[in-house]
Design a protein around this ligand. Structure first.
Ligand code: SAM
Ligand code: SF4
Ligand code: SF4
Length: 339
């Protein structure tokens, strides 16, 4: 079962958000002033259950999904994640499962995640300076815990680990070399992500974006780099290696070099909404179908039809058309979509 969209793009990747809640308050995702400690995230009954997530994953694998990325909110806040990974690995033909996490609970979970069959790990670290990190995430004294988690994950066999860093002008732009230097080793691949206009809650504007080309030239001056070939169709990062062979680094440039033409990613939020673009205003509810009172067979058929129909109609190319969009266009938030 394969499907292509209006721009002839196949459905190849699924990003599944397993929870909307998070223990961090990153300023560009869940700003602390808007997400107070009593903020009401989704209720347990509103989240898709692990069984519902499994059924969806199985259907998406039948559609040709090769890579599943688990995300959130903070996915390690949800109990049962490792068992879910194990089940997907054992009972579907998925090629690769990856996890994006803020790393706070990584140390105690790394071993179990490895044993579950998780293939790849991405940890978000926007600064290795305690003060900046606290300012960015709203969390004090957490950076060492995250760095320890990364160490443990390397020890249990997750190397190389991808490290996501979002650079915001005036906030952490002065720490680019420090970040590069810290993660310049075989065990970690630092990826700079251009600050994107996902959602509306972060009051994004383009004056806060530092382009990859500026970051690259800063790094190249101190630590010379050479480009690497793309590894697969639809790869979003432009990859480079240090000429001293000390490792790799990547740049994800959704603002300055949009990659919609090769975008093969679908997203499902933790309450079961199917999105065909990170910048879409709304998604299609698969939970409604999952929880309808039809037979299992009928539900499965309805889900297949809905996914196939949504993908077949897909014309999304937000990043390429960004300049044409109205700044007030409603958009779903990053903590709901998971990146
Ligand atoms: N909580 C986990 C984490 O932070 O790794 C997973 C979810 S988080 C939404 C996924 C990724 O999205 C993180 O690497 C985060 O830095 C990135 N992100 C969030 N908002 C962003 C934005 N406006 N622009 C670029 N990246 C963003
Ligand atoms: Fe939480 Fe990740 Fe959003 Fe930061 S980026 S607030 S860690 S979901
Ligand atoms: Fe894909 Fe939408 Fe991002 Fe373009 S803007 S790369 S279509 S998610």
């Amino acid at each position: 079962m394969h499907t292509i969209d209006q721009l002839k793009r196949p459905l190849k990747d699924l990003r599944l958000s397993v929870i909307d809640a998070c223990n961090f308050r990153c300023n560009y995702c869940m700003p602390a002033e808007k997400f107070k400690s009593n903020y009401k995230f989704l209720k347990k009954s509103e989240l898709l259950s692990w069984d519902e997530l499994f059924l969806l994953t199985k259907i998406f694998v039948d559609f040709g999904i090769e890579k599943l990325r688990l995300t959130g909110g903070e996915p390690l806040l949800r109990k049962g994640l490792a068992d879910f990974i194990k089940k997907v690995k054992n009972e579907t033909n998925i090629k690769q499962i990856a996890l994006t996490t803020n790393g706070y609970y990584l140390k105690e979970n790394a071993k179990q995640l490895k044993a579950s069959g998780l293939d790849r790990l991405t940890v978000s670290v926007d600064s290795i300076n305690e003060n900046t990190f606290a300012k960015l995430t709203g969390q004090h004294e957490t950076l060492p815990i995250i760095l320890d988690g990364i160490k443990e994950a390397i020890n249990v066999g997750f190397s190389p680990i991808k490290i996501n860093a979002v650079i915001q002008k005036g906030i952490n732009e002065h720490e680019i070399l420090e970040l590069a230097n810290h993660f310049k080793k075989k065990e970690t691949i630092l990826r700079f992500i251009e600050y994107m206009d996902v959602g509306t809650i972060n009051n994004w504007d383009d004056s806060k974006v530092l382009f990859s080309s500026d970051i690259l030239s800063q790094i190249n001056e101190f630590f010379p780099l050479q480009p690497l070939e793309a590894q697969y169709y639809g790869e979003v990062a432009n990859r480079y290696e240090y000429t001293d062979q000390s490792g790799e680094i990547g740049f994800i440039s959704s603002i300055s070099q949009p990659f919609c033409q090769n975008c093969t990613r679908a997203r499902v939020t933790s309450d079961g909404k199917f999105y065909t673009c990170l910048f879409a205003s709304s998604g299609v509810s698969l939970r409604k179908i999952l929880r309808s009172h039809y037979s299992d067979k009928h539900i499965q058929q309805k889900l297949i039809e809905k996914i196939a129909d949504s993908w077949a109609k897909r014309e999304d190319r937000y990043s390429e058309d960004r300049h044409l969009k109205h700044p007030k266009q409603p958009k779903t938030e990053m903590y709901q979509l998971g990146g």
